[in-house]
Write a protein that binds this ligand. Structure first.
Ligand code: SF4
Length: 144
């Protein structure tokens, strides 16, 4: 299959590599978890310690199965990005890490889904309709 036929392939390769990189950098300090307003809506993460939650996140980023506490937090993430400023590690943005973790948990990077995914049968049509408002004819020919 060519990139033209499957334009998301390169993105998936990049994001899986980023997931590995971020899992290696994360020390599991838990600063991002403590800064997150959505933990209040993730009872399993709230009940677990930061060590357990962050271990599950790293397992998931590496392509493994995440524990229930980590999946609870990942599923609740609303992209507030309040975690971004609290990470002590250079080159690691917890908000991006959680974004990639959620994609991985939803099966969007080619892994089996580990959290429930809400299907939207109209999504592709709506994205294309919006894209037609902004793309040139040539870009539409190439991308849509
Ligand atoms: S703040 Fe950074 S190093 Fe600490 S657990 Fe979160 S992502 Fe990992």
């Amino acid at each position: 299959m060519t990139d033209r036929e499957h334009p998301g392939a390169k993105t998936s390769v990049f994001l899986r590599a980023e997931a590995e990189r971020m899992a290696s950098l994360c020390t599991g300090c838990g600063n991002c978890l403590r800064a997150c307003p959505m933990v209040a809506f993730a009872p399993l993460a709230q009940a677990a310690g930061a060590d357990e939650v962050m271990q599950g996140v790293r397992d998931l980023l590496r392509g493994g199965k995440a524990n229930a506490a980590a999946l609870s937090w990942i599923a609740a993430c609303s992209r507030s990005a309040l975690c971004s400023g609290v990470c002590p590690v250079d080159g690691l943005d917890p908000a991006f890490m959680m974004r990639v973790a959620k994609m991985r948990a939803m099966g969007a990077l080619g892994d089996p889904a580990q959290i429930a995914v809400r299907e939207d049968a109209q999504l592709a049509q709506r994205v294309k309709a919006f894209a037609r408002l902004t793309l040139s004819d040539t870009e539409q020919e190439e991308w849509l």
